[in-house]
Design a protein around this ligand. Sequence first.
Ligand SMILES: Nc1ncnc2c1ncn2[C@@H]1O[C@H](COP(=O)(O)OP(=O)(O)O)[C@@H](O)[C@H]1O
Ligand SMILES: CC(C)(COP(=O)(O)O)[C@@H](O)C(=O)NCCC(=O)O
Ligand SMILES: [K+]
Length: 243
Amino acid sequence: MNLVIDVGNTRTKLAVFDKNNIITVVVVSQSEVLDGIKELRKSYSQLHLAIVSSVGVLDQAVVNYLNIHFNLLVLSHETPLPFNNLYATPKTLGIDRIALVCASVQQFSNKNVLIIDAGTCITYDFITNTNDYLGGSISPGIRMRYHALHNQTAKLPLLETQFPEHFIGNSTINAINSGIVYGVLSEIDGIIERYSADYSDLTIILTGGDTNFLSKQLKSSIFANSNFLLEGLNFILQHNTNG
Ligand SMILES: Nc1ncnc2c1ncn2[C@@H]1O[C@H](COP(=O)(O)OP(=O)(O)O)[C@@H](O)[C@H]1O
Ligand SMILES: CC(C)(COP(=O)(O)O)[C@@H](O)C(=O)NCCC(=O)O
Ligand SMILES: [K+]
């Protein structure tokens, strides 16, 4: 059994896999990571292999614990990867984006794939049907947009994420919700259109913490899979071990 850990900039996802099957996912804050791992070890005594991908803050205590109790793979820019990385600055490419591309190689080989990860940031990653990773885009995530409007103005309140009642926002609250939510949806629809114009037969994956909030509202047909990054990490772990 494999322990798969995705440390994002907002939350950490801990998952247990048995071969290719995801058994459980636990989402924790930075301070809860070590306890979360200990709990999983108690529940799943056959957990021996672990992989961690971090673009956020990962406590050294967590790494130490993992090294003692697991055969640990820390995904890095040195890990051998199953695709051609054409990013001009491969050493600065987010480790999470590498894991997403690996998931795409495993599940949609020989397809043109656009992966949209709506988390702290919204990342777009594009891999061709010839296994070339070309790059993509990075834009602010939904919560980041709410915080930016509040932090950088005198008058705008910090709101919870909420689907706008109307497209035309008729109050401060409705205008903020409309600007952010329809802004994100229009951005995603627009970016999908740009890729679709250049690449026929495009497969689109939506993942990240805002998957469920966004998936039904998009114009294009997409695969919504909140666990896509975790599946990519499990694939890398299996390829580098016998897990
Ligand atoms: N309980 C929650 N706590 C924080 N963010 C949440 C929660 N549920 C959904 N979200 C959404 O998930 C997004 C963060 O997604 P996530 O994929 O966890 O980010 P990251 O991988 O960057 O840490 C936020 O923009 C927020 O809108
Ligand atoms: C763009 C990101 C901050 C996204 O992080 P996330 O929203 O998944 O927490 C992360 O992939 C990162 O730190 N990237 C480094 C820059 C790059 O990918 O080129
Ligand atoms: K992201």
